[in-house]
Design a protein around this ligand. Structure first.
Ligand SMILES: [Mn+2]
Length: 498
């Protein structure tokens, strides 16, 4: 049980809940700020649903980054009660600097916190309790704990917490399972009868799409010459795996329609195929893993599968409609869901055009340093999807994965800035790479406003236009220190000796 496994952290959740209740009872409106990715949207949905249950009034904004401009605007709105979710732990001082007088500020976040000079801000963060916020708990799960401490009935939001954790790719346990605090929430949802967690083939769109299209859309793992290739997928399912695509009524079958034997047949054919295509046994096996099915969602909808739900929210955020995602998290299954389905298909189109562009122009666009490969999406790749494109490029095997990859893209919102996303592999993280730290250091070394950070395996930030090359120089040096500290020591010694 959550309370028993994490007594101190849970105790803190109860305190935060008390803080929120006090302010609500004073009749204050909660000014909520959350992050625009799937985890941030889930977090917003959870806190808004919890406040709605308390009949409290709230005003929500979803932001890409916490910038001085945004904070200045918030200050001018004259609210006195703020809740930040899935954002803020890396900007505690910036927040205090702008909202610094009699405001009550509560930051609920799982990103690695910076040291705060000011104790007056209420900060709820798993890292302060030795819990790994990169792997064991998402922003949504952190927010869920507060919601649950506010009212036990908020346990019905456990599925939304899981969506956020999947959206943040925290399924890093054995066979793509959630671990740590996230796992405790999984257990709660299972107990409540709204979740089923079991091992299965991890195709994308397992509930909603014909099998060959689900295979086409599967990019994790990236299957060479199947991911993104509909006709080949169709041929593979029919002729290699020998599984009928349609049922006796001529209706397309989904993965969830397949019998156990058919699934086993498909899994073993896929694994064989991937090994032939040069993937490691481990990579090939990764097609099997933990699947999270929401039993309270209608079959055939993108909300039934946890990862699909997360993708839907992600698309809403990236396409500029985060409020649609929040409405879905709060329970809207009518208009919001319809709109989200359209947003998702536009998002897919955009993503696939961007991927085609970069893979077709790879030779010209991809540049290389000792520890980094990087490319510029210019104004062809949107800054809102540059992170996803960078991730897909790294996992696609179109480029080798022994270096960090950085993607740049111009930003519509901040015309003088370039958005950047950095991605790496677990192997490099194990060797000492921490991208969140590396990006912060690189930006700091450039002497510019520090808008950069994130996790060890994935991070992002901004640099002014035309500082891309300088940034890469800095990053390459920092990665060298992270990957080869002993060499550096030796050089230092040699220098002093010589
Ligand atoms: Mn998050």
């Amino acid at each position: 049980m959550l309370e028993e496994k994490y007594p101190q952290f849970w105790g803190n959740a109860k305190e935060i809940a008390k803080n929120i209740k006090e302010k609500i009872e004073e009749g204050l409106t909660a000014r909520i700020i959350s992050h625009f990715d799937a985890d941030g949207i889930s977090s917003a949905g959870i806190i808004c649903a919890a406040l709605y249950r308390l009949q409290a009034s709230f005003h929500l904004s979803i932001v890409k980054q916490l910038t001085p401009e945004i904070l200045k605007n918030l200050k001018e709105e004259k609210y006195t009660f703020f809740i930040f979710t899935d954002i803020g732990s890396g900007q505690l001082n910036l927040i205090k600097q702008h909202l610094n007088q009699k405001e009550k500020i509560i930051v609920i976040d799982h990103h690695p916190p910076i040291k705060s000079e000011d104790e007056s801000l209420v900060h709820f963060n798993p890292h302060l309790y030795g819990i790994d916020g990169a792997r064991e708990i998402s922003g949504s799960t952190t927010t869920y704990l507060v919601a649950r401490a506010l009212d036990k009935r908020n346990k019905n939001l456990s599925n939304i917490a899981i969506v956020g954790a999947l959206g943040d790719r925290q399924d890093k346990g054995n066979q793509y399972s959630l671990t740590g605090v996230n796992k405790e929430v999984v257990d709660e949802a299972v107990k409540l009868g709204i979740l089923e967690a079991k091992k299965d083939i991890r195709l994308f769109g397992r509930e909603t799409r014909p099998i060959h299209i689900a295979l086409e859309y599967t990019t994790d793992p990236f299957i060479p010459e199947l991911s993104g290739c509909r006709e080949r997928c169709k041929y593979f399912i029919e002729n290699e795996a020998k599984i009928p695509l349609k049922d006796e009524n001529g209706k397309w079958r989904t993965l969830s329609d397949l019998s156990k034997e058919e699934k086993q047949q498909l899994a073993s054919k896929l694994i064989d195929y991937m090994i032939i295509k040069g993937l490691s046994a481990e990579e090939a096996q990764s097609i099997i893993g933990m699947v999270y099915t929401f039993l309270n969602e209608e079959k055939g909808t993108p909300l039934r599968d946890g990862r699909e739900f997360a993708t839907l929210l992600n698309a809403c955020g990236r396409m500029g409609y985060p409020e649609i995602g929040v409405a879905i998290c709060m329970g809207d299954r009518e208009d919001a869901l319809k709109e989200a389905a359209q947003i998702l298909s536009k998002y897919r189109e955009k993503l696939s055009n961007s991927i085609s562009w970069i893979t077709q122009n790879l030779e010209e666009k991809l540049k290389e340093k000792k520890y980094v490969r990087y490319f510029h999406g210019e104004d062809i790749i949107d800054d809102t999807i540059i992170g996803t494109v960078t991730s897909l490029l790294l996992s696609s095997k179109r480029i080798s994965d022994d270096k960090v990859v950085v993607g740049f893209a111009y930003s519509n919102e901040y015309p003088s800035m370039v958005k950047l996303s950095a991605r790496t592999t677990q192997t490099l993280v194990n060797k000492g790479v921490d991208l969140g730290k590396a990006l912060r250091l690189a930006v700091k070394n450039l002497g510019i406003e520090p808008i950069a950070g994130g996790h060890n395996i994935a991070a992002g930030g901004q640099v002014p236009i035309n500082m891309e090359e300088q940034f890469i120089e800095q990053l390459d040096n920092i990665l060298k220190e992270m990957l080869e500290p002993e060499k550096l020591e030796n050089t230092k010694q040699n220098n002093t000796n010589g």
